[in-house]
Design a binder for this molecule. Structure first.
Ligand SMILES: Cc1cc2nc3c(=O)[nH]c(=O)nc-3n(C[C@H](O)[C@H](O)[C@H](O)COP(=O)(O)OP(=O)(O)OC[C@H]3O[C@@H](n4cnc5c(N)ncnc54)[C@H](O)[C@@H]3O)c2cc1C
Length: 542
């Protein structure tokens, strides 16, 4: 029986301490934090895990330097502490990275003020990152020749962190951690309705894949539906003090702009910071901040032209970037929290609305709602939800902090020792890709030991499966059993970032794509490939 079917079977007619609706970052950390402390947990998402807002972020783990502009010192301090904690807990997945901000005549701050700000930012972050530096235009040009420094007055380089892989894979890490300690979590299962009945919640669920209905009960319900939180709360009859408004942000993924592993930061014409962020062999340009009324968004021609125009005006490229250079796009809404009675429309500059999160606990109905937040804040959200669950009467085991983070240093050293002994890195044939040992350890942690065994048993397991992406046959076999990949898109877009860095045309032409599908889906392979490429209608999610 596959992992998803087994999870659904456990959810069907099950009784749980906590039922979590929504498998983005906030639902995933809640599940991991609670299951890791002994609670019985069910989690469902009507799409794939991390397939909504949590796959559209900038992949940055940061304290929010730019929130200093709105004097949100407490929020910045909190986010810096969260960033520091995440860097420590995920040394291979979350890497410190320099942000080089080039400031021209139209920038809202002169370089000396930006330098003061970055010193303050460094201090607010308890000096845990490399120290910032003030740079003249000539230094900026020699560090990043791609920047057009003709109008640049100077700049600063300060440090934050980023996810080496993608945001949704990071989310899945928490789902996997919850599954490892006994949680039942299923993707493509929708909460249709839930009612408080005496001392329990009664949930009605729908398996989006086959339309079948199922039900379960729990003592507590956690609403982690991100941008959909208000709709779900009102459907369930839950009243809250807060609500959500939406800020749309887009990213464009293009061929690598600078060879350096560094973020380039610029002020756009509206005086808002935007970035060029490394993603493997690509660069991600973004983001934007547009108020929208609906959570489902896409990149419009206007969005695309705006970002391309902004970046072309700030770079010294032999040929300006055009829409034809865009390999993939991302569009999402930030769920921003406002109070129920406060009229945010009166807010003169609504882009200044805070990025904080709020967790509301309903003692009568035994429900918890998670509003807003950031990926960076995820450990705090996990802990605050756990505290809320305890307040609602479900005792938890002491927090040993084992529900997050990479395995211990000694385990890592042992993996690298074994990888060296079997000359794992010599299996790599492609140029310009990172050593296999780094990739396998970062993506799979302890599960990477199994891969070494498999490759030794059968050397074909160490072969690259797709000509234009970095995935070994053994990774696919392991993913098929452990990563609940229900659609080809779950693999190409979220467990891996292949569809973000390889064009759809190239994926379609890839020699290995059918073998990928066969390993993941067996007899259903052809249907799943056809579904992915839109050759058959895809069932709607979200
Ligand atoms: C453009 C952009 C850039 C960002 N950049 C960063 C960044 O660099 N760093 C950072 O820290 N943060 C960043 N963020 C913020 C961060 O991405 C979000 O705060 C976070 O992903 C929100 O996660 P969530 O779990 O609340 O919501 P989501 O990820 O949207 O998850 C909610 C889930 O609920 C599910 N759901 C809804 N209704 C139902 C139902 N009835 N039944 C079952 N499931 C349901 C949905 O399918 C969805 O998967 C960015 C956000 C945006 C939009």
């Amino acid at each position: 029986m596959d992992l998803r079917t087994a999870s659904i079977d456990r959810i069907r007619n099950g009784t749980f301490d906590v039922f979590i609706v929504g498998g983005g970052i906030n639902g995933a950390v809640s599940a991991a934090g609670l299951a890791g402390r002994g609670a019985s947990i069910a989690l469902v998402d009507r799409g794939d895990f991390g397939a909504f807002t949590s796959q559209e972020s900038s992949n940055l783990v940061w304290g929010g330097f730019k929130y200093l502009e709105t004097y949100e010192f407490l929020l910045v301090r909190k986010l810096c502490m969260s960033r520091n904690r995440l860097i420590k807990a995920y040394p291979d997945n979350i890497k410190q990275i320099g942000f080089l901000a080039a400031l021209d005549e139209s920038s809202p701050f002169p370089p000396w003020l930006a330098a003061l700000g970055s010193l303050a930012y460094w201090a607010i972050g308890s000096f845990r990152t490399h120290h910032p530096r003030l740079l003249g235009a000539a230094k900026i040009k020699s560090a990043e020749p791609v920047i057009d420094t003709s109008g640049v007055r100077g700049g600063v380089e300060y440090y934050d962190a980023y996810l080496k892989d993608n945001d949704s894979r990071f989310v899945f890490g928490f789902i996997r951690s919850a599954l490892d300690v006994g949680a039942a979590a299923a993707n493509y299962v929708e909460l249709i309705d839930a009612r408080r009945d005496g001392t329990v919640w009664r949930m009605r669920l729908r398996d989006v894949e086959n339309g079948g209905e199922l039900s379960c009960t729990s003592r507590i319900l956690v609403n982690a539906t991100g941008p959909f939180i208000d709709g779900v709360n009102s459907q369930l009859g839950l009243r809250t003090e807060h609500r959500i408004v939406y800020s749309k942000g887009i990213h464009l993924i293009v061929p690598r702009i600078t060879p350096n592993e560094r973020v380039l930061a610029f002020f756009d014409d509206t005086q808002r910071l935007f970035y060029v962020i490394p993603m493997g062999s690509r660069s991600v340009i973004g983001t934007t901040d547009t108020r929208v009324a609906h959570p489902v968004t896409q990149v419009t021609a206007e969005d695309r032209e705006f970002l391309l125009g902004q970046i072309n005006a700030r770079l010294d490229l032999a040929k300006p970037l055009t829409a034809a250079d865009v390999i993939a796009e991302r569009s999402g809404v930030r769920p921003l929290v406002v109070s129920q009675d406060g009229d945010d429309r009166e807010n003169a500059d609504w882009t200044k609305l805070s990025r904080k999160h709020e967790i509301e606990i309903d003692r009568n109905d035994k429900a918890i709602s998670i509003f807003g937040g950031k990926l960076t804040d995820c450990l705090n959200v996990g802990e605050e939800v756990a505290a809320g669950v305890e307040r609602l009467g479900v005792p938890l085991e002491p927090d040993t902090h084992t529900w997050y983070g990479e395995p211990a240093r000694a385990t890592r050293d042992e993996f690298y020792r074994q990888a060296r002994l079997m000359k794992l890195d010599a299996l790599r044939h492609k140029r310009d890709v990172e050593p296999l040992s780094d990739r396998l350890w970062r993506r799979y942690g302890r599960r990477a030991f199994e891969m070494l065994d498999e490759i030794q048993r059968d050397p074909t397991m160490g072969e690259d499966i797709m000509d234009n992406a970095d995935y070994l046959r053994v990774e696919l076999h392991l993913a098929a059993g452990t990563e609940m990949i229900t659609k080809l898109e779950d693999f190409l877009r979220r467990r891996s970032k292949i569809s973000q860095v390889v064009s759809e045309q190239a994926i379609r032409a890839s020699a290995g794509i059918h073998e990928v599908a066969e390993i993941l889906f067996g007899a259903d392979a052809d249907d799943k490939v056809a579904e992915y490429f839109g050759d058959t209608p895809r069932p709607a999610s979200n």
